[in-house]
Design a binder for this molecule. Structure first.
Ligand SMILES: NC(=O)c1ccc[n+]([C@@H]2O[C@H](COP(=O)([O-])OP(=O)(O)OC[C@H]3O[C@@H](n4cnc5c(N)ncnc54)[C@H](O)[C@@H]3O)[C@@H](O)[C@H]2O)c1
Length: 464
Protein backbone atom coordinates (compact mmCIF):
# COMPACT_ATOMS: atom_id res chain seq x y z
CA UNK A 1 0.00 0.00 0.00
CA UNK A 2 1.39 3.45 -0.89
CA UNK A 3 2.10 5.93 1.91
CA UNK A 4 -0.53 8.31 0.47
CA UNK A 5 -3.24 5.67 0.60
CA UNK A 6 -2.02 4.57 4.05
CA UNK A 7 -2.41 8.13 5.29
CA UNK A 8 -5.88 8.27 3.67
CA UNK A 9 -6.94 5.04 5.30
CA UNK A 10 -5.75 6.35 8.69
CA UNK A 11 -7.66 9.61 8.21
CA UNK A 12 -10.78 7.60 7.34
CA UNK A 13 -10.21 5.42 10.38
CA UNK A 14 -10.03 8.42 12.68
CA UNK A 15 -13.10 9.94 11.07
CA UNK A 16 -15.04 6.70 11.49
CA UNK A 17 -13.91 6.41 15.09
CA UNK A 18 -15.14 9.88 15.98
CA UNK A 19 -18.53 9.36 14.35
CA UNK A 20 -18.93 5.88 15.74
CA UNK A 21 -18.17 7.08 19.26
CA UNK A 22 -21.11 9.41 19.08
CA UNK A 23 -23.28 6.95 17.20
CA UNK A 24 -22.51 4.24 19.74
CA UNK A 25 -23.90 6.64 22.34
CA UNK A 26 -21.08 6.26 24.84
CA UNK A 27 -23.10 6.68 28.02
CA UNK A 28 -22.88 9.79 30.19
CA UNK A 29 -21.55 7.76 33.08
CA UNK A 30 -18.74 6.19 31.08
CA UNK A 31 -15.39 7.24 32.53
CA UNK A 32 -12.58 8.01 30.09
CA UNK A 33 -10.04 5.23 29.76
CA UNK A 34 -6.77 5.27 27.86
CA UNK A 35 -7.64 5.01 24.15
CA UNK A 36 -5.93 3.47 21.18
CA UNK A 37 -6.31 6.59 18.99
CA UNK A 38 -2.70 7.75 19.20
CA UNK A 39 -1.31 4.28 18.89
CA UNK A 40 -3.26 3.58 15.72
CA UNK A 41 -2.36 6.97 14.31
CA UNK A 42 1.36 6.41 14.70
CA UNK A 43 1.32 2.87 13.38
CA UNK A 44 3.37 2.37 10.24
CA UNK A 45 3.42 -1.35 9.88
CA UNK A 46 0.56 -3.58 8.85
CA UNK A 47 0.01 -7.21 9.81
CA UNK A 48 0.15 -9.97 7.22
CA UNK A 49 -2.90 -12.07 7.92
CA UNK A 50 -4.03 -15.54 6.86
CA UNK A 51 -7.76 -16.22 7.04
CA UNK A 52 -9.04 -19.74 7.68
CA UNK A 53 -12.77 -19.98 6.91
CA UNK A 54 -13.98 -17.16 4.66
CA UNK A 55 -17.70 -17.15 5.52
CA UNK A 56 -20.09 -14.60 6.98
CA UNK A 57 -18.26 -13.80 10.20
CA UNK A 58 -14.79 -13.69 8.63
CA UNK A 59 -16.12 -11.15 6.12
CA UNK A 60 -17.53 -8.99 8.93
CA UNK A 61 -14.32 -9.37 10.90
CA UNK A 62 -12.06 -8.43 7.99
CA UNK A 63 -14.21 -5.35 7.38
CA UNK A 64 -13.53 -4.40 10.99
CA UNK A 65 -9.79 -5.18 10.79
CA UNK A 66 -8.98 -3.95 7.31
CA UNK A 67 -7.22 -0.76 8.45
CA UNK A 68 -4.47 -2.84 10.02
CA UNK A 69 -4.14 -5.91 7.80
CA UNK A 70 -2.99 -7.21 4.47
CA UNK A 71 -4.78 -10.48 3.78
CA UNK A 72 -2.11 -12.52 2.02
CA UNK A 73 -3.58 -16.03 2.23
CA UNK A 74 -7.09 -17.44 2.48
CA UNK A 75 -8.18 -21.02 3.09
CA UNK A 76 -11.71 -22.26 2.61
CA UNK A 77 -13.08 -25.66 1.67
CA UNK A 78 -15.61 -23.78 -0.46
CA UNK A 79 -13.61 -22.22 -3.30
CA UNK A 80 -16.35 -19.71 -4.12
CA UNK A 81 -16.13 -18.23 -0.66
CA UNK A 82 -12.33 -18.04 -0.68
CA UNK A 83 -12.37 -16.36 -4.10
CA UNK A 84 -15.03 -13.89 -2.98
CA UNK A 85 -12.99 -12.81 0.02
CA UNK A 86 -9.86 -12.57 -2.10
CA UNK A 87 -11.57 -10.23 -4.54
CA UNK A 88 -13.19 -8.13 -1.83
CA UNK A 89 -10.19 -7.60 0.43
CA UNK A 90 -7.05 -8.37 -1.57
CA UNK A 91 -7.94 -7.45 -5.15
CA UNK A 92 -7.47 -11.12 -6.08
CA UNK A 93 -3.82 -11.10 -4.98
CA UNK A 94 -3.96 -13.35 -1.90
CA UNK A 95 -2.93 -17.00 -2.15
CA UNK A 96 -6.00 -19.22 -1.96
CA UNK A 97 -5.97 -22.75 -0.55
CA UNK A 98 -8.42 -25.52 0.19
CA UNK A 99 -6.18 -26.91 2.95
CA UNK A 100 -5.54 -24.37 5.74
CA UNK A 101 -2.23 -26.06 6.66
CA UNK A 102 -0.69 -24.36 3.63
CA UNK A 103 -1.49 -20.99 5.23
CA UNK A 104 0.27 -22.02 8.43
CA UNK A 105 3.38 -22.97 6.44
CA UNK A 106 3.98 -19.37 5.31
CA UNK A 107 6.70 -17.75 7.42
CA UNK A 108 5.70 -14.21 6.45
CA UNK A 109 2.26 -14.49 8.10
CA UNK A 110 2.07 -12.91 11.60
CA UNK A 111 -1.55 -13.40 12.45
CA UNK A 112 -4.16 -16.06 11.69
CA UNK A 113 -7.89 -15.44 11.79
CA UNK A 114 -9.91 -18.65 12.33
CA UNK A 115 -13.61 -18.29 11.46
CA UNK A 116 -14.53 -21.83 10.48
CA UNK A 117 -17.62 -23.57 11.91
CA UNK A 118 -17.32 -24.48 15.60
CA UNK A 119 -16.24 -28.12 15.07
CA UNK A 120 -13.26 -26.80 13.10
CA UNK A 121 -11.84 -24.33 15.69
CA UNK A 122 -9.61 -26.36 18.02
CA UNK A 123 -7.50 -28.10 15.39
CA UNK A 124 -6.41 -25.08 13.31
CA UNK A 125 -6.06 -22.94 16.46
CA UNK A 126 -3.71 -25.42 18.16
CA UNK A 127 -1.73 -26.01 14.97
CA UNK A 128 -1.46 -22.26 14.34
CA UNK A 129 -0.07 -21.67 17.84
CA UNK A 130 2.43 -24.49 17.32
CA UNK A 131 3.43 -22.86 14.01
CA UNK A 132 4.29 -19.68 15.95
CA UNK A 133 1.28 -17.59 14.91
CA UNK A 134 -0.87 -15.25 16.98
CA UNK A 135 -4.54 -15.98 16.47
CA UNK A 136 -7.90 -14.22 16.57
CA UNK A 137 -10.25 -17.23 16.74
CA UNK A 138 -14.02 -17.08 16.66
CA UNK A 139 -16.07 -18.29 19.59
CA UNK A 140 -16.73 -20.90 20.88
CA UNK A 141 -13.16 -22.21 20.79
CA UNK A 142 -14.26 -25.81 21.42
CA UNK A 143 -17.02 -28.41 21.26
CA UNK A 144 -15.77 -30.19 24.39
CA UNK A 145 -14.18 -29.59 27.79
CA UNK A 146 -11.12 -31.68 26.89
CA UNK A 147 -10.39 -29.59 23.79
CA UNK A 148 -10.30 -26.61 26.13
CA UNK A 149 -7.65 -28.27 28.30
CA UNK A 150 -5.50 -28.82 25.22
CA UNK A 151 -5.85 -25.22 24.01
CA UNK A 152 -4.94 -23.85 27.44
CA UNK A 153 -1.86 -26.07 27.61
CA UNK A 154 -0.61 -25.21 24.12
CA UNK A 155 -1.24 -21.49 24.62
CA UNK A 156 0.76 -21.59 27.85
CA UNK A 157 3.60 -23.56 26.28
CA UNK A 158 3.86 -21.45 23.13
CA UNK A 159 3.07 -18.04 24.69
CA UNK A 160 1.10 -17.05 21.59
CA UNK A 161 -1.42 -14.21 21.76
CA UNK A 162 -4.95 -15.56 21.29
CA UNK A 163 -7.99 -13.31 21.24
CA UNK A 164 -11.36 -15.10 21.31
CA UNK A 165 -14.10 -13.52 19.18
CA UNK A 166 -16.27 -12.66 22.20
CA UNK A 167 -16.37 -9.02 21.14
CA UNK A 168 -18.91 -8.01 23.80
CA UNK A 169 -15.89 -7.68 26.09
CA UNK A 170 -14.64 -4.76 23.96
CA UNK A 171 -17.20 -3.66 21.50
CA UNK A 172 -20.03 -2.58 23.68
CA UNK A 173 -19.16 0.00 26.35
CA UNK A 174 -22.34 -1.05 28.14
CA UNK A 175 -20.94 -4.47 29.07
CA UNK A 176 -17.63 -3.10 30.32
CA UNK A 177 -19.46 -0.48 32.39
CA UNK A 178 -21.68 -3.23 33.82
CA UNK A 179 -18.53 -5.11 34.84
CA UNK A 180 -17.08 -1.97 36.45
CA UNK A 181 -20.28 -1.60 38.51
CA UNK A 182 -19.88 -5.18 39.71
CA UNK A 183 -16.15 -4.72 40.36
CA UNK A 184 -16.77 -1.54 42.37
CA UNK A 185 -19.22 -3.40 44.62
CA UNK A 186 -22.25 -1.35 43.50
CA UNK A 187 -24.38 -4.50 43.36
CA UNK A 188 -22.96 -6.00 46.56
CA UNK A 189 -22.47 -9.75 46.66
CA UNK A 190 -23.82 -11.38 43.50
CA UNK A 191 -26.41 -14.07 44.24
CA UNK A 192 -27.76 -14.75 40.79
CA UNK A 193 -26.86 -14.20 37.14
CA UNK A 194 -29.11 -14.98 34.21
CA UNK A 195 -27.91 -15.43 30.65
CA UNK A 196 -30.98 -15.08 28.42
CA UNK A 197 -29.94 -16.28 24.98
CA UNK A 198 -33.15 -17.09 23.08
CA UNK A 199 -34.23 -20.46 21.71
CA UNK A 200 -33.06 -22.29 18.59
CA UNK A 201 -35.05 -22.97 15.42
CA UNK A 202 -36.49 -26.26 14.19
CA UNK A 203 -36.34 -27.42 10.57
CA UNK A 204 -38.40 -29.71 8.40
CA UNK A 205 -36.81 -32.93 7.15
CA UNK A 206 -33.83 -31.81 5.05
CA UNK A 207 -33.18 -34.18 2.12
CA UNK A 208 -29.79 -35.48 1.04
CA UNK A 209 -28.58 -33.28 -1.81
CA UNK A 210 -25.78 -33.24 -4.34
CA UNK A 211 -22.65 -31.57 -2.97
CA UNK A 212 -21.93 -28.32 -4.85
CA UNK A 213 -18.85 -28.55 -7.08
CA UNK A 214 -17.13 -25.69 -5.25
CA UNK A 215 -17.39 -27.45 -1.83
CA UNK A 216 -15.11 -30.21 -0.46
CA UNK A 217 -17.70 -31.79 1.81
CA UNK A 218 -15.33 -34.35 3.36
CA UNK A 219 -12.98 -31.56 4.41
CA UNK A 220 -15.88 -29.40 5.65
CA UNK A 221 -16.86 -32.31 7.94
CA UNK A 222 -13.23 -32.75 8.98
CA UNK A 223 -13.02 -34.21 12.49
CA UNK A 224 -16.82 -34.70 12.68
CA UNK A 225 -18.46 -38.04 11.72
CA UNK A 226 -18.87 -38.79 8.02
CA UNK A 227 -22.42 -38.06 6.89
CA UNK A 228 -24.43 -36.93 3.84
CA UNK A 229 -24.71 -33.33 2.70
CA UNK A 230 -28.25 -31.98 3.17
CA UNK A 231 -29.88 -28.93 1.63
CA UNK A 232 -33.43 -27.59 1.24
CA UNK A 233 -34.68 -24.24 0.04
CA UNK A 234 -38.16 -23.15 1.10
CA UNK A 235 -39.52 -20.24 -0.90
CA UNK A 236 -41.28 -17.55 1.13
CA UNK A 237 -44.95 -18.46 1.65
CA UNK A 238 -47.82 -16.33 2.86
CA UNK A 239 -46.85 -14.27 5.89
CA UNK A 240 -43.15 -15.08 5.47
CA UNK A 241 -40.71 -12.33 4.56
CA UNK A 242 -38.04 -14.35 2.82
CA UNK A 243 -36.98 -17.74 1.53
CA UNK A 244 -35.27 -20.04 4.05
CA UNK A 245 -32.38 -22.37 3.31
CA UNK A 246 -31.94 -25.36 5.61
CA UNK A 247 -28.70 -27.30 5.45
CA UNK A 248 -26.21 -29.11 7.65
CA UNK A 249 -23.45 -26.88 6.24
CA UNK A 250 -22.85 -23.11 5.90
CA UNK A 251 -24.22 -21.00 8.76
CA UNK A 252 -26.86 -23.61 9.71
CA UNK A 253 -24.21 -25.88 11.26
CA UNK A 254 -25.17 -24.09 14.51
CA UNK A 255 -28.29 -26.21 14.86
CA UNK A 256 -26.51 -29.59 14.78
CA UNK A 257 -24.70 -31.03 17.81
CA UNK A 258 -22.22 -32.69 15.47
CA UNK A 259 -20.76 -29.26 14.65
CA UNK A 260 -21.85 -26.96 17.48
CA UNK A 261 -23.45 -26.78 20.91
CA UNK A 262 -26.54 -25.03 19.50
CA UNK A 263 -27.72 -21.84 21.19
CA UNK A 264 -26.01 -22.92 24.43
CA UNK A 265 -22.61 -22.20 22.89
CA UNK A 266 -23.56 -19.92 19.98
CA UNK A 267 -25.05 -17.17 22.16
CA UNK A 268 -23.97 -18.82 25.42
CA UNK A 269 -20.42 -17.89 24.44
CA UNK A 270 -21.53 -14.23 24.60
CA UNK A 271 -23.87 -13.91 27.58
CA UNK A 272 -22.60 -16.77 29.79
CA UNK A 273 -19.23 -15.08 29.23
CA UNK A 274 -20.57 -11.81 30.67
CA UNK A 275 -22.27 -13.68 33.54
CA UNK A 276 -19.06 -15.55 34.42
CA UNK A 277 -16.98 -12.38 34.09
CA UNK A 278 -19.27 -10.73 36.65
CA UNK A 279 -18.95 -13.68 39.03
CA UNK A 280 -15.19 -13.70 38.70
CA UNK A 281 -14.95 -9.93 39.40
CA UNK A 282 -17.17 -10.55 42.42
CA UNK A 283 -14.67 -13.09 43.82
CA UNK A 284 -16.24 -16.31 42.51
CA UNK A 285 -13.24 -17.98 40.93
CA UNK A 286 -14.39 -21.59 40.86
CA UNK A 287 -16.67 -23.28 38.34
CA UNK A 288 -20.06 -24.73 39.30
CA UNK A 289 -20.75 -27.73 41.56
CA UNK A 290 -23.69 -28.93 39.54
CA UNK A 291 -25.95 -28.22 36.58
CA UNK A 292 -29.53 -29.33 36.01
CA UNK A 293 -32.87 -28.25 34.60
CA UNK A 294 -35.01 -28.75 31.52
CA UNK A 295 -34.31 -28.73 27.78
CA UNK A 296 -36.49 -29.59 24.78
CA UNK A 297 -35.11 -30.99 21.55
CA UNK A 298 -36.78 -31.26 18.14
CA UNK A 299 -35.74 -34.94 17.76
CA UNK A 300 -35.52 -37.97 20.06
CA UNK A 301 -32.30 -38.61 21.94
CA UNK A 302 -30.68 -41.90 22.96
CA UNK A 303 -27.58 -42.00 25.17
CA UNK A 304 -27.10 -38.26 24.66
CA UNK A 305 -27.20 -38.44 20.86
CA UNK A 306 -29.93 -37.51 18.38
CA UNK A 307 -31.73 -40.50 16.87
CA UNK A 308 -32.84 -38.78 13.62
CA UNK A 309 -30.13 -37.31 11.41
CA UNK A 310 -32.23 -35.45 8.83
CA UNK A 311 -33.11 -32.22 10.65
CA UNK A 312 -31.80 -29.70 13.19
CA UNK A 313 -31.24 -31.37 16.54
CA UNK A 314 -30.05 -28.76 19.10
CA UNK A 315 -32.14 -27.63 22.10
CA UNK A 316 -34.97 -25.27 21.15
CA UNK A 317 -36.08 -24.40 24.69
CA UNK A 318 -34.24 -24.64 27.99
CA UNK A 319 -33.93 -23.46 31.55
CA UNK A 320 -30.67 -24.78 32.91
CA UNK A 321 -29.27 -23.83 36.30
CA UNK A 322 -25.64 -24.00 37.44
CA UNK A 323 -25.08 -23.95 41.23
CA UNK A 324 -21.82 -22.45 42.47
CA UNK A 325 -20.04 -22.87 45.83
CA UNK A 326 -21.52 -20.43 48.34
CA UNK A 327 -24.99 -20.68 46.79
CA UNK A 328 -24.63 -18.41 43.74
CA UNK A 329 -26.83 -19.46 40.83
CA UNK A 330 -26.42 -19.01 37.06
CA UNK A 331 -29.51 -19.56 34.88
CA UNK A 332 -29.29 -20.08 31.13
CA UNK A 333 -32.71 -19.62 29.57
CA UNK A 334 -34.42 -19.16 26.22
CA UNK A 335 -37.59 -17.33 27.19
CA UNK A 336 -36.74 -13.84 28.49
CA UNK A 337 -35.24 -10.69 26.87
CA UNK A 338 -31.85 -11.39 25.28
CA UNK A 339 -29.23 -10.13 27.72
CA UNK A 340 -27.70 -10.64 31.10
CA UNK A 341 -29.35 -9.96 34.46
CA UNK A 342 -26.94 -9.60 37.37
CA UNK A 343 -28.48 -9.61 40.84
CA UNK A 344 -26.65 -8.72 44.04
CA UNK A 345 -27.67 -8.06 47.63
CA UNK A 346 -27.44 -4.26 47.01
CA UNK A 347 -29.15 -4.07 43.61
CA UNK A 348 -29.50 -5.55 40.15
CA UNK A 349 -28.72 -4.54 36.57
CA UNK A 350 -29.72 -5.79 33.14
CA UNK A 351 -27.33 -5.40 30.21
CA UNK A 352 -27.49 -6.32 26.54
CA UNK A 353 -26.11 -4.83 23.32
CA UNK A 354 -28.60 -1.95 23.44
CA UNK A 355 -29.06 -1.04 27.08
CA UNK A 356 -27.73 -1.04 30.61
CA UNK A 357 -30.45 -0.43 33.22
CA UNK A 358 -31.15 -0.80 36.92
CA UNK A 359 -31.02 1.22 40.14
CA UNK A 360 -27.19 0.98 40.44
CA UNK A 361 -26.98 2.59 36.97
CA UNK A 362 -29.33 5.42 37.97
CA UNK A 363 -27.24 5.99 41.09
CA UNK A 364 -24.23 6.85 38.91
CA UNK A 365 -25.71 10.33 38.30
CA UNK A 366 -24.91 11.24 41.91
CA UNK A 367 -22.05 8.85 42.50
CA UNK A 368 -20.03 8.23 39.33
CA UNK A 369 -17.51 5.46 38.94
CA UNK A 370 -13.90 6.29 39.87
CA UNK A 371 -11.74 7.38 36.90
CA UNK A 372 -9.87 4.09 36.69
CA UNK A 373 -12.89 1.78 37.11
CA UNK A 374 -13.35 0.94 33.42
CA UNK A 375 -9.65 0.56 32.80
CA UNK A 376 -9.36 -1.82 35.74
CA UNK A 377 -11.87 -4.35 34.43
CA UNK A 378 -10.37 -4.00 30.95
CA UNK A 379 -7.03 -5.27 32.34
CA UNK A 380 -5.44 -1.84 31.86
CA UNK A 381 -5.48 -2.28 28.09
CA UNK A 382 -6.19 0.76 25.91
CA UNK A 383 -9.70 0.84 24.47
CA UNK A 384 -11.23 1.87 21.18
CA UNK A 385 -14.71 3.38 21.09
CA UNK A 386 -15.81 1.87 17.85
CA UNK A 387 -18.38 -0.86 17.95
CA UNK A 388 -17.04 -2.80 14.99
CA UNK A 389 -13.33 -2.31 15.38
CA UNK A 390 -12.68 -2.28 19.11
CA UNK A 391 -11.98 -5.98 19.69
CA UNK A 392 -9.59 -6.12 16.73
CA UNK A 393 -7.82 -2.91 17.76
CA UNK A 394 -7.32 -4.39 21.22
CA UNK A 395 -6.01 -7.66 19.75
CA UNK A 396 -3.43 -5.86 17.57
CA UNK A 397 -2.32 -3.84 20.58
CA UNK A 398 -1.72 -7.13 22.45
CA UNK A 399 0.13 -8.68 19.50
CA UNK A 400 2.54 -5.76 19.65
CA UNK A 401 2.78 -5.45 23.45
CA UNK A 402 2.55 -9.23 24.16
CA UNK A 403 -0.10 -8.57 26.86
CA UNK A 404 -2.89 -11.03 27.55
CA UNK A 405 -5.97 -10.01 25.51
CA UNK A 406 -9.28 -9.14 27.13
CA UNK A 407 -10.88 -12.33 25.68
CA UNK A 408 -8.14 -14.72 26.77
CA UNK A 409 -8.36 -18.49 26.36
CA UNK A 410 -8.29 -19.18 30.11
CA UNK A 411 -11.38 -17.18 31.10
CA UNK A 412 -13.07 -18.32 27.89
CA UNK A 413 -12.58 -21.98 28.82
CA UNK A 414 -13.83 -21.43 32.35
CA UNK A 415 -17.09 -20.07 31.01
CA UNK A 416 -17.29 -22.50 28.10
CA UNK A 417 -17.08 -25.37 30.59
CA UNK A 418 -20.42 -24.09 31.93
CA UNK A 419 -21.92 -24.01 28.41
CA UNK A 420 -20.63 -27.50 27.60
CA UNK A 421 -21.88 -28.93 30.91
CA UNK A 422 -25.27 -27.32 30.23
CA UNK A 423 -25.24 -29.08 26.85
CA UNK A 424 -24.42 -32.45 28.40
CA UNK A 425 -27.23 -32.00 30.95
CA UNK A 426 -29.63 -31.05 28.15
CA UNK A 427 -28.66 -34.01 25.98
CA UNK A 428 -28.79 -36.60 28.75
CA UNK A 429 -31.89 -35.13 30.40
CA UNK A 430 -30.43 -35.34 33.92
CA UNK A 431 -28.46 -33.23 36.40
CA UNK A 432 -24.71 -33.61 36.66
CA UNK A 433 -22.24 -32.95 39.47
CA UNK A 434 -18.96 -31.23 38.55
CA UNK A 435 -15.54 -31.30 40.19
CA UNK A 436 -13.99 -28.04 39.02
CA UNK A 437 -10.48 -28.92 40.26
CA UNK A 438 -10.15 -32.13 38.25
CA UNK A 439 -12.55 -30.92 35.52
CA UNK A 440 -14.47 -34.20 35.72
CA UNK A 441 -18.16 -35.03 36.08
CA UNK A 442 -18.69 -36.91 39.34
CA UNK A 443 -20.22 -40.41 39.43
CA UNK A 444 -21.56 -40.50 35.86
CA UNK A 445 -19.37 -42.36 33.35
CA UNK A 446 -21.70 -41.70 30.45
CA UNK A 447 -21.67 -37.95 31.05
CA UNK A 448 -17.90 -37.99 31.60
CA UNK A 449 -17.39 -39.64 28.22
CA UNK A 450 -19.03 -36.55 26.67
CA UNK A 451 -16.19 -34.32 27.88
CA UNK A 452 -14.27 -35.45 24.78
CA UNK A 453 -15.17 -36.29 21.18
CA UNK A 454 -13.51 -38.69 18.75
CA UNK A 455 -11.71 -37.08 15.79
CA UNK A 456 -12.33 -38.77 12.45
CA UNK A 457 -9.30 -40.56 11.04
CA UNK A 458 -7.19 -38.26 8.88
CA UNK A 459 -8.34 -35.15 10.80
CA UNK A 460 -6.54 -35.59 14.13
CA UNK A 461 -4.79 -32.55 15.64
CA UNK A 462 -1.18 -32.49 14.49
CA UNK A 463 1.87 -31.88 16.70
CA UNK A 464 0.36 -32.65 20.14
N1 LIG B 1 -18.49 -13.24 17.48
C1 LIG B 1 -19.70 -13.23 16.93
O1 LIG B 1 -20.56 -12.44 17.27
C2 LIG B 1 -20.02 -14.25 15.87
C3 LIG B 1 -21.08 -14.03 14.98
C4 LIG B 1 -21.29 -14.97 13.96
C5 LIG B 1 -20.50 -16.11 13.89
N2 LIG B 1 -19.49 -16.29 14.79
C6 LIG B 1 -18.66 -17.50 14.72
O2 LIG B 1 -17.91 -17.50 13.51
C7 LIG B 1 -17.75 -18.83 13.04
C8 LIG B 1 -18.19 -18.89 11.59
O3 LIG B 1 -19.56 -18.61 11.51
P1 LIG B 1 -20.23 -18.13 10.15
O4 LIG B 1 -21.60 -17.73 10.46
O5 LIG B 1 -19.31 -17.18 9.47
O6 LIG B 1 -20.26 -19.52 9.35
P2 LIG B 1 -20.13 -19.77 7.77
O7 LIG B 1 -20.64 -21.14 7.53
O8 LIG B 1 -20.72 -18.64 7.03
O9 LIG B 1 -18.55 -19.69 7.52
C9 LIG B 1 -17.66 -20.71 7.84
C10 LIG B 1 -16.70 -20.88 6.66
O10 LIG B 1 -15.68 -21.81 7.04
C11 LIG B 1 -15.42 -22.66 5.92
N3 LIG B 1 -14.78 -23.89 6.36
C12 LIG B 1 -15.32 -25.01 6.89
N4 LIG B 1 -14.35 -25.90 7.16
C13 LIG B 1 -13.17 -25.33 6.80
C14 LIG B 1 -11.82 -25.76 6.85
N5 LIG B 1 -11.47 -26.96 7.30
N6 LIG B 1 -10.86 -24.93 6.39
C15 LIG B 1 -11.19 -23.70 5.90
N7 LIG B 1 -12.47 -23.24 5.82
C16 LIG B 1 -13.45 -24.05 6.29
C17 LIG B 1 -16.80 -22.86 5.32
O11 LIG B 1 -16.72 -23.36 4.01
C18 LIG B 1 -17.38 -21.47 5.43
O12 LIG B 1 -17.07 -20.67 4.31
C19 LIG B 1 -18.57 -19.72 13.95
O13 LIG B 1 -17.74 -20.36 14.86
C20 LIG B 1 -19.49 -18.77 14.69
O14 LIG B 1 -19.82 -19.18 15.99
C21 LIG B 1 -19.23 -15.37 15.75
Amino acid sequence: MSSASQAKSRRNFLKTTAVASTAAGVPYFFSSPKTLGQETQSKNDRFSVGVIGAGGMATGNMNAAKDWVDIVAIADVDSERADRMNEKFSGGKAQVFEDYRKVLERDDIDVIHVATPDHWHTKPLVEAMLAGKDVYCEKPLTLTVDEGKLIRRVQKETGRIVQVGTQQRSTFPLFVTAMALVDQGRLGKINKVTAAIGGAPTSPEIPIAEVPKNLNWDRWLGPAPKTDYRWLRQEAGEGQRRAVTNTNCHYEFRWWYEYSGGKLTDWGAHHVDIAMWALQLNGQTSGPNSIGGMAKHPVDFEDGNPVQNDRYNTATEFLLTAQFPGGTVLDIRHDTDNGCMIEGDKGRIFVNRGKLVGAPVEALKDDPLPEDAIQKVYKGLPMEFNERKAHWASFFHCVKSRQEPISDVHSHMKMLNVCHLAGITARLGRSIQWDDKTEQIVGDDQANAMLARPYRSGYEIEGV
